[in-house]
Write a protein that binds this ligand. Structure first.
Ligand SMILES: [Zn+2]
Length: 342
């Protein structure tokens, strides 16, 4: 691949139809831009000012209980609320409609500084089981048609609290990214009688250019169309439209994949690696989504060191995302680190 395209080229994201401009020759460009402050490594197990630490008071007045593994609560400042008037606007070219939903916060551990990268397989499995339980409960609600599980890690990603936690935003209307994938997944499935990620996963495994880690049930790849410098995707080898069907051994293998990639990330620039991670799953509007294949993506913003961040500005805002370091170069770096872990 590298030898095929040493010059600028455009790659297609087969899942969304989006495109990314890749400029391999630009990696030598000197950087004179913004240097991000290094994040201070946090080793505190309990912080009395943290509302996610057990026994502390949250902004809404409630007390966070003395929990053992994970703890879930409705976001005290939810962006989408379950009770909302049903309103619709169609006035000439102006269109809008009201939106209902539920926003939850999931604490991954009572330990204030225990990130996924530092958790045991058992501890990560508890987080996965909590995601499964929440997904099932939310998807059964009549007005919930899409469940987005995600985590913002690190101040650089706008996460104000270092306590390891993620969020779930479940809503009535299908979000834009899910819509794009649903339609691409379906048209591929109709033509090929396989999910696009079954075939993509197999192709990546046979090429072995971008696979960072593999176990019995999952592979971790830097997608061919990756936008963020060290973007990765965890893909289940067997097709499944959502996470709810995973059995105990799959949960353990999923936990291993999460632990592996987050631990690798922390070693890239020797810093607790910031990222946005999210799980994309089929809509939950009770239709059949045989063509869906769930997956988890990590979008880390760091580019060349712990302090140099990739900016999505200018051309990227107005045209399309652009990257310098190729997905293959990034995958090789991550693979090298993987070899030296454990
Ligand atoms: Zn805390």
């Amino acid at each position: 691949m590298n030898s095929l395209f040493e010059d600028t080229h455009i790659r297609k994201n087969i899942l969304t139809g989006d495109q990314v401009l890749v400029s391999p020759h630009r990696t030598k460009r000197p950087w004179q831009g913004k240097i991000e402050e290094k994040e201070v490594v946090n080793e505190t197990t309990y912080d009395e000012n943290c509302y996610l630490c057990p026994t502390n008071k949250r902004a809404g007045g409630q007390i966070t209980p003395e929990y053992k593994n994970t703890f879930v609560f409705q976001n005290d400042f939810a962006a989408i609320l379950p009770e909302s008037k049903t309103q619709k606007l169609k006035n000439g070219l102006l269109e809008a409609h009201s939106e209902r939903g539920i926003c939850k916060v999931i604490c991954f551990s009572p330990n204030h500084s225990l990130t996924l990268a530092k958790m045991t397989i058992y501890e990560i499995a508890q987080v996965i089981k909590t995601w499964q339980k929440e997904f099932k409960e939310l998807s059964e609600k009549e007005f919930i048609n899409s469940v987005q599980i995600f985590e913002n890690r690190g101040e650089i990603m706008g996460c104000s609290n270092p306590h390891p936690h993620g969020q779930i935003w479940a809503q009535e209307t299908m979000p834009v990214e899910i819509n794009k994938k649903t339609s691409n997944f379906l048209s591929y499935y109709k033509k090929n009688n396989a999910t696009i990620l079954e075939d993509y996963g197999n192709q990546e495994l046979s090429l072995d250019e971008r696979v960072v880690y593999e176990n019995q049930d999952f592979l971790v790849v830097v997608p061919f169309w990756a936008v963020w410098p060290y973007e990765t995707m965890i893909i289940p080898k067997q097709k499944a439209k959502n996470i709810s069907q995973m059995d105990e051994s799959m949960i353990v293998n999923y936990a291993k994949a999460i632990q592996k990639i987050t631990a690798i990330y922390d070693k890239v620039f020797k810093v607790s690696f910031p990222y946005s991670a999210g799980i994309h799953q089929s809509p939950t509007d009770n239709k059949n989504y045989e063509s869906w294949h769930w997956h988890m993506s990590f979008y880390p913003p760091l580019l060349r060191s712990a302090s140099v961040k990739k900016f999505m500005v200018g051309y990227e805002m107005f045209a399309m995302p652009q990257r310098d370091i190729t997905p293959e170069q990034a995958a090789n770096e991550l693979k090298e680190i993987e070899k030296n872990i454990n």
